[in-house]
Design a binder for this molecule. Structure first.
Ligand code: TYM
Length: 339
């Protein structure tokens, strides 16, 4: 049996090249070596208010972007988190084995909470729901960008704690980061990561941006006061542009060095822009083709949920009976030794 991969994207804001290089691109490369589940995590998105109509449209858009990136729905399951109630059910049980101190230490929680007037409880519970997403499918590998590494460490801690309290139940998952592109920075400010929710035109290249806009955003990217590329002292802005180029081109570090040493920043930016556009143009064409059939994406999502629900439900059955809770199939009978 192939090991299982699970990963997810929140349906909020516009997906950008950081999401692609940190996560989606890796999923596409990995999908045929594993049994893969790719999830649109709408229950995570509502930890911050989302207008319902916009959320519905966003879920379909993200699913179409997964398909345009090359996720093969015959082989991999593409699903919406709220379509499988077991995500929320397992999250509650995991909440009960998670010390609140572990959650208060999460850097994303601290940053998001600082930006809200009233902090919803969901924001604190967010990484527990994420652990539930992964553990529900006994996923062995979770391909994400670097910003999710801390949440994955927490997932491992929760799995281990549950296993030690109730007996071996969960696979303890591994994090898989891409070698290049695990942390793409904002083009306007290379000291902060590129983010879906950040405001400002010059911050990110969205996957659906037209070529003119991509060129404009990259040509305006913040660099430093040097005139040309010097590998001995790369500033964060130039390094970020290099990372984007290298991740899209697949070039080696040696090829990068030979080609870009001494290149003026204006020329570097032109080359980065053309590299990104040469990948995004065919991607956007596939996206338009996929969305031209309005029922297609909805069908992929229905099929994905149907395929994964039995796995999720059997994990919840096992967890509940391990904990001494009532289950539909077994009532209050304890699990057998073999399980
Ligand atoms: P989200 O929606 O913020 O991001 C989706 C994926 O994109 C990666 N990413 C980046 N990679 C490189 N550079 C960047 N600037 C950048 N920004 C984002 C993220 O690391 C992620 O892989 N909590 C998750 C969603 C989630 C999840 C899960 C992921 C929920 N349950 C279970 C894995 C497994 C999130 O908000 O990702």
């Amino acid at each position: 049996m192939k090991a299982r991969v699970f990963s997810g994207v929140q349906p909020s804001g516009n997906l950008h090249i950081g999401n692609y290089l940190g996560a989606l691109g890796n999923w596409v490369r990995m999908q045929h070596d594993y049994e893969s589940i790719f999830c649109i995590v709408d229950l995570h998105a509502v930890t911050v208010f989302q207008p319902p109509e916009e959320l519905r449209a966003k879920i379909l858009e993200i699913a179409a972007l997964f398909l345009a990136a090359g996720i093969d729905p015959k082989h991999s399951s593409i699903m919406v988190q709220s379509a499988v109630p077991a995500h929320a059910e397992l999250a509650w049980m995991l909440t009960c084995v998670t010390p609140v101190g572990w959650l208060e230490r999460m850097t994303q929680y601290k940053a998001k909470a600082a930006a809200q007037q009233t902090v919803g409880d969901g924001l604190l519970q967010y990484p527990v729901l994420m652990a539930a997403d992964i553990m529900l499918y006994q996923a062995a590998i979770v391909p994400v960008g670097e910003d999710q590494a801390q949440h994955l460490e927490l997932t491992r801690d929760i799995a281990q704690r549950f296993n030690s309290l109730y007996g071996e139940t969960f696979v303890v998952p591994q994090t898989s980061l891409p070698t290049v592109g695990a942390r793409i920075m904002g083009l306007d400010d290379p000291t902060t990561k590129m983010s879906k929710s950040a405001a400002g035109a010059g911050h990110a290249v969205a996957l659906l941006d037209p070529p003119d806009r991509i060129r404009k955003t990259i040509m305006r990217a913040t660099t430093d006061s040097n005139p040309a590329v010097d590998f001995a002292s790369l500033g964060p802005g130039v390094e970020n542009l290099m990372n984007i180029f290298q991740a899209y081109s697949g070039w080696t570090a040696e090829q990068m060095r030979t080609h870009f040493t001494g290149m003026r920043y204006g020329d570097l930016k032109k080359q980065v822009a053309e590299m990104v556009i040469s990948h995004l143009e065919p991607f956007q064409q596939r996206y338009r083709q996929i969305t031209s059939d309005p029922g297609y994406v909805a069908g992929v999502l229905r099929q994905g949920a149907e395929r994964v629900a039995p796995i999720a439900n059997s994990t919840v059955e096992l967890v509940k009976s391990r904990m001494g809770l009532y289950t539909e199939k077994r009532g209050l009978a304890p699990p057998s030794q073999a399980e």
